[in-house]
Design a protein around this ligand. Structure first.
Ligand code: ZN
Length: 348
Protein backbone atom coordinates (compact mmCIF):
# COMPACT_ATOMS: atom_id res chain seq x y z
CA UNK A 1 0.00 0.00 0.00
CA UNK A 2 1.13 3.47 -0.72
CA UNK A 3 2.34 5.15 2.40
CA UNK A 4 0.83 8.42 3.47
CA UNK A 5 3.90 9.31 5.43
CA UNK A 6 4.57 12.53 3.63
CA UNK A 7 2.01 15.11 2.83
CA UNK A 8 1.78 18.82 2.90
CA UNK A 9 -1.28 20.71 3.89
CA UNK A 10 -1.76 24.34 3.32
CA UNK A 11 -4.79 26.46 3.79
CA UNK A 12 -3.60 29.78 2.68
CA UNK A 13 -5.90 32.62 3.57
CA UNK A 14 -5.18 34.96 0.75
CA UNK A 15 -7.09 38.15 1.16
CA UNK A 16 -7.71 39.91 -2.09
CA UNK A 17 -8.62 43.40 -2.96
CA UNK A 18 -12.26 42.80 -3.57
CA UNK A 19 -13.27 45.03 -6.18
CA UNK A 20 -10.46 46.06 -3.91
CA UNK A 21 -10.14 45.91 -0.22
CA UNK A 22 -9.32 42.79 1.71
CA UNK A 23 -10.60 42.60 5.22
CA UNK A 24 -11.76 39.78 7.29
CA UNK A 25 -14.65 40.40 9.57
CA UNK A 26 -16.64 38.69 12.23
CA UNK A 27 -19.68 36.82 11.06
CA UNK A 28 -23.05 38.15 12.07
CA UNK A 29 -26.21 36.12 12.36
CA UNK A 30 -27.58 35.36 8.98
CA UNK A 31 -31.10 36.32 8.11
CA UNK A 32 -33.08 33.73 6.17
CA UNK A 33 -33.67 34.72 2.61
CA UNK A 34 -37.34 35.55 2.56
CA UNK A 35 -39.21 36.41 -0.58
CA UNK A 36 -39.32 40.14 -0.99
CA UNK A 37 -42.17 42.12 -2.50
CA UNK A 38 -41.19 44.43 -5.32
CA UNK A 39 -42.30 48.04 -5.35
CA UNK A 40 -44.31 48.81 -8.51
CA UNK A 41 -42.80 52.31 -8.73
CA UNK A 42 -39.21 51.10 -8.96
CA UNK A 43 -37.40 49.63 -11.92
CA UNK A 44 -36.89 45.87 -11.91
CA UNK A 45 -33.41 44.68 -12.76
CA UNK A 46 -32.33 41.53 -14.52
CA UNK A 47 -28.83 40.25 -13.81
CA UNK A 48 -26.21 42.13 -15.85
CA UNK A 49 -24.28 39.11 -17.09
CA UNK A 50 -25.04 36.42 -19.67
CA UNK A 51 -24.51 33.27 -17.60
CA UNK A 52 -26.30 30.99 -15.14
CA UNK A 53 -25.72 31.87 -11.50
CA UNK A 54 -24.50 28.87 -9.55
CA UNK A 55 -23.31 27.15 -12.72
CA UNK A 56 -20.90 29.26 -14.71
CA UNK A 57 -20.91 32.45 -12.65
CA UNK A 58 -21.70 33.55 -9.12
CA UNK A 59 -22.18 36.62 -6.94
CA UNK A 60 -18.94 37.09 -5.06
CA UNK A 61 -19.56 40.36 -3.22
CA UNK A 62 -22.66 42.26 -2.15
CA UNK A 63 -23.16 45.94 -1.24
CA UNK A 64 -21.89 46.91 2.21
CA UNK A 65 -24.84 48.08 4.35
CA UNK A 66 -22.78 49.06 7.39
CA UNK A 67 -22.25 52.85 7.46
CA UNK A 68 -19.28 52.49 9.84
CA UNK A 69 -15.94 50.83 9.15
CA UNK A 70 -17.58 47.46 9.77
CA UNK A 71 -19.21 45.42 7.02
CA UNK A 72 -22.54 43.66 6.61
CA UNK A 73 -24.42 42.46 3.55
CA UNK A 74 -28.22 42.49 3.18
CA UNK A 75 -28.53 39.01 4.68
CA UNK A 76 -26.42 39.84 7.76
CA UNK A 77 -23.41 38.02 6.35
CA UNK A 78 -20.08 39.66 5.61
CA UNK A 79 -19.54 38.80 1.95
CA UNK A 80 -18.57 42.37 1.09
CA UNK A 81 -15.92 44.92 2.03
CA UNK A 82 -16.15 48.35 3.62
CA UNK A 83 -17.94 50.90 1.40
CA UNK A 84 -18.56 48.41 -1.41
CA UNK A 85 -21.36 50.04 -3.38
CA UNK A 86 -22.48 47.35 -5.79
CA UNK A 87 -23.01 43.68 -6.55
CA UNK A 88 -20.13 41.74 -8.11
CA UNK A 89 -21.13 39.08 -10.65
CA UNK A 90 -17.99 37.00 -11.14
CA UNK A 91 -16.65 34.23 -13.35
CA UNK A 92 -14.04 31.73 -12.15
CA UNK A 93 -10.96 33.24 -13.75
CA UNK A 94 -9.37 35.02 -16.70
CA UNK A 95 -9.55 31.88 -18.84
CA UNK A 96 -13.35 31.92 -18.60
CA UNK A 97 -13.33 35.70 -19.06
CA UNK A 98 -11.33 35.28 -22.29
CA UNK A 99 -14.19 33.30 -23.83
CA UNK A 100 -16.16 36.57 -23.88
CA UNK A 101 -18.96 36.73 -21.32
CA UNK A 102 -21.45 39.48 -22.28
CA UNK A 103 -22.42 42.23 -19.85
CA UNK A 104 -26.10 43.06 -20.26
CA UNK A 105 -28.23 46.11 -19.52
CA UNK A 106 -30.25 45.35 -16.37
CA UNK A 107 -33.21 47.48 -17.50
CA UNK A 108 -34.17 49.75 -20.41
CA UNK A 109 -32.62 53.21 -20.50
CA UNK A 110 -30.14 55.54 -22.13
CA UNK A 111 -26.37 55.48 -21.77
CA UNK A 112 -25.14 58.63 -20.00
CA UNK A 113 -21.40 58.07 -19.78
CA UNK A 114 -18.98 55.41 -20.95
CA UNK A 115 -15.24 54.70 -20.81
CA UNK A 116 -13.05 52.16 -22.57
CA UNK A 117 -9.30 51.69 -22.99
CA UNK A 118 -8.27 50.62 -19.48
CA UNK A 119 -6.13 47.46 -19.28
CA UNK A 120 -7.44 44.23 -17.71
CA UNK A 121 -4.72 43.95 -15.06
CA UNK A 122 -5.52 42.16 -11.85
CA UNK A 123 -4.91 44.53 -8.92
CA UNK A 124 -3.05 42.84 -6.09
CA UNK A 125 -1.09 45.59 -4.39
CA UNK A 126 -1.79 48.84 -2.59
CA UNK A 127 0.46 50.69 -5.04
CA UNK A 128 -1.64 49.61 -8.01
CA UNK A 129 -4.77 50.49 -6.11
CA UNK A 130 -3.54 53.97 -5.20
CA UNK A 131 -2.47 54.61 -8.76
CA UNK A 132 -5.94 53.77 -10.07
CA UNK A 133 -7.57 55.93 -7.41
CA UNK A 134 -5.33 58.88 -8.20
CA UNK A 135 -6.25 58.58 -11.86
CA UNK A 136 -9.95 58.25 -10.97
CA UNK A 137 -10.40 55.08 -12.98
CA UNK A 138 -11.41 52.62 -10.24
CA UNK A 139 -14.41 51.58 -12.36
CA UNK A 140 -12.12 50.73 -15.26
CA UNK A 141 -14.05 50.35 -18.50
CA UNK A 142 -17.64 51.03 -17.66
CA UNK A 143 -20.80 52.96 -18.24
CA UNK A 144 -23.82 54.51 -16.59
CA UNK A 145 -27.39 54.01 -17.75
CA UNK A 146 -30.20 56.45 -16.94
CA UNK A 147 -33.48 54.57 -16.34
CA UNK A 148 -35.57 57.68 -15.65
CA UNK A 149 -37.17 58.96 -12.42
CA UNK A 150 -33.73 59.43 -10.89
CA UNK A 151 -32.66 55.81 -11.29
CA UNK A 152 -29.25 54.85 -12.67
CA UNK A 153 -27.18 51.69 -12.95
CA UNK A 154 -23.42 51.65 -13.33
CA UNK A 155 -21.34 48.76 -14.73
CA UNK A 156 -17.61 48.47 -14.03
CA UNK A 157 -14.44 46.51 -14.94
CA UNK A 158 -15.49 45.60 -18.50
CA UNK A 159 -12.91 44.08 -20.80
CA UNK A 160 -10.61 46.48 -22.57
CA UNK A 161 -11.93 47.31 -26.02
CA UNK A 162 -15.25 45.55 -25.49
CA UNK A 163 -17.67 48.45 -24.94
CA UNK A 164 -20.53 48.13 -27.41
CA UNK A 165 -22.44 51.32 -26.53
CA UNK A 166 -21.67 55.02 -26.23
CA UNK A 167 -23.28 58.03 -24.55
CA UNK A 168 -26.74 58.51 -26.01
CA UNK A 169 -27.29 54.86 -26.96
CA UNK A 170 -30.80 53.68 -26.08
CA UNK A 171 -30.72 50.21 -24.57
CA UNK A 172 -33.31 47.56 -23.82
CA UNK A 173 -33.19 45.09 -20.99
CA UNK A 174 -30.56 42.56 -22.04
CA UNK A 175 -28.77 44.76 -24.59
CA UNK A 176 -25.12 43.71 -24.75
CA UNK A 177 -23.01 46.50 -23.25
CA UNK A 178 -19.62 44.82 -23.58
CA UNK A 179 -17.77 41.88 -22.04
CA UNK A 180 -16.85 40.89 -18.50
CA UNK A 181 -13.30 42.01 -17.72
CA UNK A 182 -10.86 42.89 -14.98
CA UNK A 183 -10.13 46.56 -15.70
CA UNK A 184 -9.76 49.27 -13.07
CA UNK A 185 -9.79 48.39 -9.38
CA UNK A 186 -10.62 44.72 -9.85
CA UNK A 187 -8.85 41.67 -8.51
CA UNK A 188 -11.04 39.05 -10.17
CA UNK A 189 -12.98 38.95 -13.44
CA UNK A 190 -16.48 40.30 -12.86
CA UNK A 191 -18.97 42.99 -13.61
CA UNK A 192 -19.70 45.29 -10.71
CA UNK A 193 -23.20 46.76 -10.90
CA UNK A 194 -24.22 49.71 -8.75
CA UNK A 195 -27.74 51.09 -8.45
CA UNK A 196 -28.36 54.74 -7.59
CA UNK A 197 -31.49 56.79 -7.01
CA UNK A 198 -31.04 60.56 -7.20
CA UNK A 199 -27.35 60.05 -6.67
CA UNK A 200 -27.68 57.83 -3.59
CA UNK A 201 -26.47 54.24 -3.62
CA UNK A 202 -29.31 51.71 -3.40
CA UNK A 203 -28.83 48.05 -2.50
CA UNK A 204 -30.95 46.19 -5.08
CA UNK A 205 -31.47 43.32 -2.63
CA UNK A 206 -33.24 45.78 -0.29
CA UNK A 207 -34.61 48.58 -2.45
CA UNK A 208 -35.06 52.15 -1.24
CA UNK A 209 -34.74 52.14 2.53
CA UNK A 210 -33.89 54.75 5.14
CA UNK A 211 -32.29 52.20 7.42
CA UNK A 212 -28.79 50.87 7.12
CA UNK A 213 -27.69 47.45 8.34
CA UNK A 214 -29.37 44.15 7.55
CA UNK A 215 -32.38 44.09 9.88
CA UNK A 216 -34.56 46.00 7.45
CA UNK A 217 -37.63 45.35 5.36
CA UNK A 218 -36.46 44.19 1.98
CA UNK A 219 -38.16 44.78 -1.32
CA UNK A 220 -35.80 43.27 -3.86
CA UNK A 221 -35.39 45.12 -7.13
CA UNK A 222 -34.29 42.00 -9.03
CA UNK A 223 -36.77 40.60 -11.50
CA UNK A 224 -36.30 37.10 -10.08
CA UNK A 225 -35.52 35.43 -6.79
CA UNK A 226 -31.74 35.45 -6.36
CA UNK A 227 -30.43 32.87 -3.91
CA UNK A 228 -28.09 34.23 -1.26
CA UNK A 229 -25.03 32.00 -1.55
CA UNK A 230 -22.24 33.66 0.42
CA UNK A 231 -20.05 30.55 0.39
CA UNK A 232 -19.14 28.38 -2.56
CA UNK A 233 -16.69 26.98 -5.06
CA UNK A 234 -14.81 29.09 -7.59
CA UNK A 235 -12.85 26.21 -9.14
CA UNK A 236 -10.88 23.10 -8.17
CA UNK A 237 -8.24 20.93 -9.77
CA UNK A 238 -4.76 19.48 -9.68
CA UNK A 239 -1.44 21.20 -10.19
CA UNK A 240 2.26 20.67 -9.73
CA UNK A 241 2.51 23.65 -7.39
CA UNK A 242 0.41 25.32 -4.75
CA UNK A 243 -1.78 27.87 -6.49
CA UNK A 244 -2.07 31.40 -5.17
CA UNK A 245 -4.85 33.94 -5.66
CA UNK A 246 -3.00 35.60 -8.50
CA UNK A 247 -2.39 32.44 -10.51
CA UNK A 248 -5.95 31.22 -9.91
CA UNK A 249 -7.77 34.42 -10.87
CA UNK A 250 -5.42 34.87 -13.81
CA UNK A 251 -6.64 31.53 -15.13
CA UNK A 252 -3.65 29.23 -14.62
CA UNK A 253 -3.82 25.63 -13.40
CA UNK A 254 -5.85 24.12 -16.20
CA UNK A 255 -3.53 21.13 -16.48
CA UNK A 256 -5.27 18.13 -18.05
CA UNK A 257 -2.41 15.81 -17.17
CA UNK A 258 0.80 15.89 -15.18
CA UNK A 259 4.16 14.16 -15.58
CA UNK A 260 5.69 11.68 -13.14
CA UNK A 261 8.72 14.01 -13.17
CA UNK A 262 7.01 16.80 -11.22
CA UNK A 263 8.35 17.70 -7.77
CA UNK A 264 4.94 17.87 -6.09
CA UNK A 265 1.31 17.07 -6.80
CA UNK A 266 -1.42 19.31 -5.36
CA UNK A 267 -5.18 18.90 -5.16
CA UNK A 268 -6.53 22.42 -4.69
CA UNK A 269 -9.81 24.20 -4.05
CA UNK A 270 -10.50 27.85 -4.70
CA UNK A 271 -13.47 28.71 -2.53
CA UNK A 272 -15.20 31.87 -1.37
CA UNK A 273 -16.86 32.98 1.85
CA UNK A 274 -15.38 30.38 4.21
CA UNK A 275 -15.84 31.23 7.88
CA UNK A 276 -14.10 30.54 11.12
CA UNK A 277 -15.23 27.14 12.34
CA UNK A 278 -16.02 25.69 8.92
CA UNK A 279 -14.56 22.20 8.48
CA UNK A 280 -12.70 21.13 5.36
CA UNK A 281 -12.16 17.46 4.53
CA UNK A 282 -9.63 16.39 1.92
CA UNK A 283 -9.02 12.94 0.53
CA UNK A 284 -6.20 12.37 -1.96
CA UNK A 285 -5.99 8.95 -3.59
CA UNK A 286 -3.19 7.56 -5.74
CA UNK A 287 -3.88 5.49 -8.91
CA UNK A 288 -4.02 2.26 -6.89
CA UNK A 289 -6.69 3.73 -4.64
CA UNK A 290 -4.24 4.16 -1.80
CA UNK A 291 -4.92 6.98 0.62
CA UNK A 292 -2.15 9.54 0.27
CA UNK A 293 -3.84 12.16 2.41
CA UNK A 294 -6.98 11.97 4.52
CA UNK A 295 -7.05 15.31 6.22
CA UNK A 296 -9.54 17.46 8.08
CA UNK A 297 -8.98 21.01 9.20
CA UNK A 298 -11.01 23.74 10.80
CA UNK A 299 -10.99 27.13 9.07
CA UNK A 300 -9.47 29.69 11.41
CA UNK A 301 -10.42 32.91 9.71
CA UNK A 302 -13.14 34.31 7.47
CA UNK A 303 -12.02 34.96 3.94
CA UNK A 304 -13.77 36.50 0.95
CA UNK A 305 -11.97 34.03 -1.28
CA UNK A 306 -8.82 31.95 -1.00
CA UNK A 307 -7.28 28.64 -2.07
CA UNK A 308 -6.82 25.60 0.09
CA UNK A 309 -4.96 22.44 -0.91
CA UNK A 310 -3.29 19.19 -0.01
CA UNK A 311 -0.21 17.87 -1.73
CA UNK A 312 2.52 15.30 -1.85
CA UNK A 313 6.19 15.50 -2.67
CA UNK A 314 7.80 13.29 -5.29
CA UNK A 315 10.60 11.31 -3.63
CA UNK A 316 12.66 8.34 -4.84
CA UNK A 317 11.26 6.03 -2.19
CA UNK A 318 7.70 7.33 -2.52
CA UNK A 319 7.35 8.50 -6.12
CA UNK A 320 4.31 10.07 -7.74
CA UNK A 321 2.84 7.04 -9.49
CA UNK A 322 1.50 7.18 -13.03
CA UNK A 323 -2.23 6.72 -13.51
CA UNK A 324 -5.38 8.49 -12.40
CA UNK A 325 -5.12 10.50 -9.20
CA UNK A 326 -8.30 11.46 -7.43
CA UNK A 327 -9.17 14.19 -4.94
CA UNK A 328 -12.32 14.55 -2.87
CA UNK A 329 -13.28 17.63 -0.89
CA UNK A 330 -16.09 18.68 1.40
CA UNK A 331 -16.73 21.96 3.18
CA UNK A 332 -19.04 21.64 6.17
CA UNK A 333 -20.66 24.24 8.40
CA UNK A 334 -22.58 23.07 11.45
CA UNK A 335 -22.86 19.67 9.85
CA UNK A 336 -24.29 21.03 6.61
CA UNK A 337 -22.33 20.22 3.44
CA UNK A 338 -21.73 23.46 1.51
CA UNK A 339 -19.25 22.19 -1.07
CA UNK A 340 -18.87 18.56 -2.15
CA UNK A 341 -16.67 17.90 -5.16
CA UNK A 342 -14.19 15.46 -6.60
CA UNK A 343 -11.59 15.85 -9.32
CA UNK A 344 -9.25 13.52 -11.20
CA UNK A 345 -6.05 13.96 -13.16
CA UNK A 346 -3.91 11.70 -15.31
CA UNK A 347 -0.26 11.40 -14.39
CA UNK A 348 1.96 9.99 -17.15
ZN1 ZN B 1 -17.68 45.57 -6.81
Amino acid sequence: MFVRSFFLVVASIVAFGGCAAPESASTATEQPDVAATPDPDWPQFSIPIDCTLGEDCFILLYPDRDPTSGVVDFSCGTQTYDTHKGTDFAVADATIMARGIPVLAAAPGRVLRARDGVADDRVDSNEERQSLEQRGIECGNGLVIDHGDGWETQYCHLRNGSLAVEPGTEVERGTVLGLVGMSGLASFPHVHMSVRHEGQVVDPFVGLADETGCQVDRRSMWDRQLEYEPTGLVRAGFSDRFPNANSLWNGEHYEKELSTNIDEIWFWIHRYGVREGDVEQFLLLDPRGGVVTDYEQTVEEFSLSSPSAVGKRNTPDRPILPGTWRGEYQLLRDGEVLIDIDREIEVR
